[in-house]
Structure formats: C-alpha cells, structure tokens
Design a binder for this molecule. Sequence first.
Ligand code: CTP
Length: 399
Amino acid sequence: MNLKDKQILLGVTGGIAAYKSVELLRLLKKAGANVTVAMTEAAGHFVGKTTFEVLSENPVLSDLWNDTQSSVTHIDVAARSDAAVVAPATANCIGKLAHGIADDALTTTMLALTCPVMICPSMNTDMYQNIRVQENLDILERTGMHIVDPDSGALACKTVGAGRLPEPWFILDRLCALLAKKDFKDKKVLISAGPTVEAIDPVRYVSNHSSGKMGYAVARAAENRGAKVTLVSGPVNLEAPVGVDRISVESCNQMANAMFDNLKDADIIIKVAAVADYRPVNQENKKIKKTSDSTSLTLTLTENQDILKTIGQSKRDDQFLVGFAAETNDLETHALAKIKKKNLDMIAANLVGGKESGFKADTNKVKLFSRDGSVKDIPLMDKSEVAHRLLDAILSKAG
Ligand code: CTP
C-alpha cells in the first residue's frame, strides 16, 4: 500500500467501531500518508483525542471553539487533503453530511472538502437498514462520495447482521484504489504467485520459501489501477486481494492448468510464482514410515513442466508476458538467457539472499530487463511500490 506524501483526513465518529480507526490510522501512517484526524465529541467517548494526536503526529480537529489552532484550521485541512475517509460513520454523521449540516469540527471540515471522500457506515443492522439512513447514503453516493458497505456479522449490540465496520486493511485498500490512476482499466491481467508444493506423501512435500508477498502486491496494485485480475496462487498465508479472482492451487501441474485455463482472455501475464522445478516421481498415498534397517532415504525427483516457457511458446503477439527470476549470482546473464529461452517481453530479476529483498521480506529490489534490451533499476522499496513501478514499466512497453 502506498500513500507516500498523501494528505489524508481521517474522520472518526461515535460508534463502538471507533477503536478500529486507531489501527486504520496506524496503517495509513505506515503507508506513508500524512494524516489529520477530525473527530466528533461522541467519538471521544470511545477513543481519546490524545491517542489520535500521538499516532498521527498532528493536532486533532475536535472542537471548533477550543482547539488551540486558529479558527480557520478546518478550512486549511480541507484544502490540503488529497482524500478523506470517515470510519466509522454513524447514522447521525451520515445524515448531517447528506443534508449539508456543519455543526462540529468534523462536519465543518467535510463540507469544505473538494477531494475524493470515502464513507464507511457502521451501526446496528436495523439502524443501517432504516430507510432514512439508506436515503442519506444514496444522497452521498449521488453527490460523488464512495460508500464502503459494512460487513455482516456479530455486532456489539449482540445482534447479527450488516453494520460491522470492515477491517482496517480493507478500508486502506479501498482508499488506495480510490486514489489510484485507472491506467489499467479494461486490461485483463493474469498473475501467478507463491510457491508450489509437490507432495511426497500425504504429510510431506517439496517446496520453497516463497511467501507470495510480491505476487500479491502486483495483483493488488493492478486491481487498484482498474485491471480485471485473476490470481493463481500457491499455498500462502495472505488474504485474497480485494476485487481479485483468486484461484488456489498446490502443485506445479495444478498451477499450469489454472494458468492455461485463463490464458486466452489475458492481455498481460505476470508469473511471479516460485514454481518447484522438480517433483517426487512417486507420490505415495500412505505416509512413508521409517525403516529400522536404513539410515537414509533416497527421493527421486522428476522435472516439472516449465509453465512460463510453455506460455511463451504459444502466446499471441498482443499478449505481454513477464517472468520473475530470483538469482544468487550473475543476475544479468541469467535474466537475459531466460528472456530468450522463455520468449518473454520482460523479466524482473532480483538477487536473493539479502534480508531486505528475500522471499519473506516486505521490501524488494529488482532489475527489469526488457526484450528490446532496455534495463530499469527499481531500488529497494516496499513490495507494493515495486509492484506499481513494475506496472508502470509494463504499461510503457505494452501500451
Ligand atoms: N517458472 C515456471 N515454471 C517452472 C519454473 C519456473 O513458470 N517450472 C517461471 C517462474 O514463475 C518465473 C520464471 O519461470 O517467472 C523463472 O523462474 P526461475 O525458477 O528463476 O527459473 P528456472 O527456469 O526454473 O531456472 P533456474 O531455477 O535454473 O534458475
């Protein structure tokens, strides 16, 4: 998630879910945003102003009359905001915003905004479904605000239904999507991510250390930029990116089939997955037992199909194919050889082994080699930022 240098207004109103806005603030800051919090008096009954002040490293707008800054502060904050998100947004706040009522620090600031606004309603199900609340949400939507539907589930009022504030990571993702340029609109992107696991027996397997973080970051970035994304994923410990069609697979053969099934429609294919090059010849259907007469076990492996190479051999001219290569040495030589061998348009190569750009790291550093001979360095940065730089490079070549 990348909101570097973005000015974000975080509005907090008086709902029980206000505790989640503390985590949202932390995530916004981690994504590089400069956040100003505007909170209602009721929000202060749930979370203290000091918490927001300390975490945002900015003064909090909470009282039009007693805040220490000048009385025009809310106008200044509104003018410099790149986006605003109100989470949680109570029925009362939604009603005020829909009808232009500005009677506190938050609603006054909101009325002066000209930037994109996201509203995250959160309340009891009956309140949320109340016709007046729904009409007010319609008004907000019609006037250009983006409404994030609440989740369904157990609510603090001991009922079960719609009204729960979505998790902070989800709200952050939707905010990134709201702010992202839509230069991948109408593009269909097929991505593979994570490792493959090749069964030895029902409890053991051959695999590698891929976490899937880089592939998922590419999928998220492409979706945020308007692409229709299909993500073929090996086993990873990551949430499916919002708005992405995820197909879960285990082995190389399953990954190959899922990729081939979705290939025809794809404009851009990005193979980030760390596919196991070999699999056991025999996959036992019962657990292999230790034998008392032997201290060693020989596992015979056979080569897996090279999915990327097969795609490269059959791809259409209007399809753009990108591979990834993790190398421990001679980066350029290996990368260029793979472009040729697998008929790629581009390869993103990185040296593994370092703590900052390994499989499990949140950061990466890659070199992009293109078929036309051009080379682009992407220095060490967050994997989400690397993903955006990669998409920029793809767009500049694929058009
Ligand atoms: N790849 C694939 N199918 C395989 C092996 C690799 O599709 N069976 C793809 C990966 O998804 C990646 C690219 O090929 O995009 C490069 O993977 P890498 O493991 O670096 O290359 P290999 O061709 O396996 O060569 P080596 O392991 O010898 O470096």
